[in-house]
Design a protein. Structure first.
Length: 255
């Protein structure tokens, strides 16, 4: 699968990276394994093409690792990476235009956006930040990195998710059952994939009851951590002024 960088209004993200480089670190939240076998155009086992649709979701577990998409430190998300399957023309038309013969709804053009969730209580999360949606069709079959025109502020413990109001071919399926992801669907609706449950409104709260095993979502996000004032340095001693006041060292300015 090819890798590519999609620069979408990258100026502000690049400016933030440059200003923070001396005092902050860059962390990749999540991981896309090289050679990740996505379900489109054909799953190795089921021989079918599956796509994420009408939903917000995040990777809950891979093997023994949990919390893969939890933000490890305060900072800003400046980009995210997505591994895309390559649906054939008929498969893409099925998702986009639907199929009246079998009652499959038309989903529209494939798109994706990054969503930051604040887990308020068990299996419920609220939207605290979100990128604009990005169209995907021209990048099918590639792993792309999308630089955000406006970086997203995040806090430690929040969750990085992806959202599609239409559909996105980002599934790797037929994996061991210790790999799973959660979706913004309520109890009793885990099999209703036609229901529009994508979180697209600020402060929107949703239940994440539905857990799907044996599936991997192909995405990750790039975090630039917030700089720590005076991190790694020892300030030189300051002589006490004649007035008797004590000199102080000002905090490092956050970008």
């Amino acid at each position: 699968m090819r890798s590519n960088v999609v620069c979408v209004s990258v100026a502000s993200a690049a400016l933030f990276l440059c200003s923070a480089a001396a005092q902050a670190s860059t962390v990749e939240i999540g991981k896309i394994d090289p050679g990740l076998a996505l379900s489109c155009p054909s799953s190795p086992v089921t021989k079918k093409c599956y796509a994420l649709s009408h939903v917000t979701g995040y990777q809950a577990k891979v093997g023994t690792k949990r919390g893969l998409m939890s933000v490890p430190s305060d900072g800003r998300i400046v980009a995210f990476t997505v591994a895309l399957g390559k649906p054939g023309p008929k498969q893409a038309a099925f998702f986009t235009d639907g199929d009246a013969k079998i009652g499959a709804p038309a989903l529209g053009e494939p798109e994706i956006q990054l969503t930051i969730l604040d887990p308020k209580r068990k299996l419920r999360s609220r939207v605290v930040a979100q990128s604009q949606p990005f169209l995907l069709r021209r990048y099918f079959g590639q792993t792309i990195t999308i630089a955000l025109g406006r970086s997203l502020q995040v806090k430690k413990g929040q969750i990085v998710a992806i959202t599609t109001k239409t559909w996105a071919p980002v599934f790797a399926i037929d994996l061991p059952t210790d790999t799973s992801w959660r979706a913004s669907r309520e109890k009793g609706s885990c099999s209703d994939f036609s229901q529009q449950v994508a979180q697209t409104e600020p402060a929107q709260l949703a239940q994440y009851y539905c857990l799907y095993r044996g599936v991997r979502l192909g995405y990750s996000a790039t975090l630039v951590t917030a700089p720590v004032p005076n991190a790694g340095t020892t300030p030189a001693p300051t002589k006490k002024p004649a007035t008797g006041s004590t000199g102080t060292t000002g905090p490092t300015k956050k970008p």
